[in-house]
Ligand binder design. Structure first.
Ligand code: RIB
Ligand code: CA
Length: 313
């Protein structure tokens, strides 16, 4: 793998997506963000692409942002304003973005980049529904073997679901896209709710972000305050699960996480369990392992990394 690792972040910001993007942009010696591709998910596409540009401005970075698919492959879009607020970045008012939106469609950017960069040098980091990735794979199957790895947030097994009793939001919104990605043969690292629900914020950490006294620290604290109200009410947990930053933290310090290389397939038929990640954690089938499915995280190490890196911005 080249160093810094060349990545494309595919995202539906979302306060937790925002923290993940900031973590990546704070780590240029480790990660070269070739582009950020927005997808419809937490909120509709016009908002997710705008939010992605707001986050790049906040990081004072120069990264191209592309708008991708505004609806799932085969279903009506389901959004999550009840969690993230109407804008998707509720918690703090931020200025209209200066970072421009690239004219190229995100799917064309994904295809062009994967065809141009040497095979095996680009890692895809999906933080939302997998619509952009699956559309690129459908349109240009030749890029599939050129992807180094996909490190994504999505799914759940021991934790069940968060948008239905069986399904996690990113997978549930576009299960057909998830099925394409999970069957693509690209090496997968999956950060399911099983691990993200252990990456809970704490009051001390949030106040530590605020105490940085920087625009980034202030925004992260405000976003987390907003974002956690839903989870603490729902789960009675002390803090909010920072789902998407687990993807970027894995790229920076993989040993913070542990899991199993197992078979994971996506439920596409049953209305009751649609979008479920059927993870063969106990290897009770002969189905080929296709994903490193994470189950645990060193929470203290995770928040140490986040504090150190976000403190740089
Ligand atoms: O279920 C959590 C996931 O759904 C996170 O990526 C969050 O941002 C939302 O997209
Ligand atoms: Ca997300």
């Amino acid at each position: 793998m080249t160093h810094p690792r060349r990545i494309i972040i595919d995202t539906d910001p979302g306060q937790d997506d925002a923290v993940a993007i900031l973590l990546a942009l704070a780590s240029p010696e480790d990660l070269h963000v070739l582009g950020i591709t927005a997808v419809a998910g937490n909120v509709p596409l016009p908002l997710t692409e705008r939010n992605a540009r707001i986050i790049v401005d906040l990081a004072r970075a120069t990264v191209p942002v592309y708008a991708g698919c505004d609806a799932p492959l085969a279903r009506k879009l389901v959004t999550a304003e009840h969690v993230h607020g109407k804008t998707g970045l509720n918690g703090i008012e931020l200025p209209t973005p200066v970072t421009p939106l690239q004219p190229q469609h995100a799917v064309d950017f994904l295809i062009e980049t994967l065809r141009r960069e040497p095979a095996g040098t680009v890692t895809l980091c999906p933080l939302g529904p997998l619509t952009n990735i699956a559309t690129a794979f459908n349109r240009a199957p030749d890029i599939i073997p050129r992807v180094a790895e996909i490190v994504l947030m999505g799914g759940g097994y021991f934790e069940g679901g968060n948008i239905t009793p069986a399904a996690e939001f990113n997978i549930y919104v576009d299960p057909e896209a998830a099925d394409i990605v999970f069957k693509s043969g690209v090496p997968l690292v999956v950060m399911p709710l099983d691990v993200t629900h252990k990456a809970l914020t704490s009051r001390d950490w949030v106040e530590g972000m605020r105490a940085l006294g920087t625009p980034v620290g202030h925004a992260v604290a405000a976003w987390t305050d907003f974002f956690e109200r839903f989870d603490t009410a729902k789960y009675g947990s002390e803090g909010a699960p920072l789902h998407d930053p687990c993807v970027i933290a894995y790229l920076l310090e993989p040993t913070l996480f542990h899991g199993r290389h197992i078979n994971v397939e996506i439920e596409l038929v049953s209305p009751l369990t649609l979008g479920m990640t059927v993870a063969d954690w106990w290897r009770v089938t002969k189905r080929e392992p296709n994903a490193m499915f994470m189950g645990g995280v060193d929470r203290d190490g995770f928040y140490r990394l986040l504090t150190e890196r976000l403190g740089r911005l």
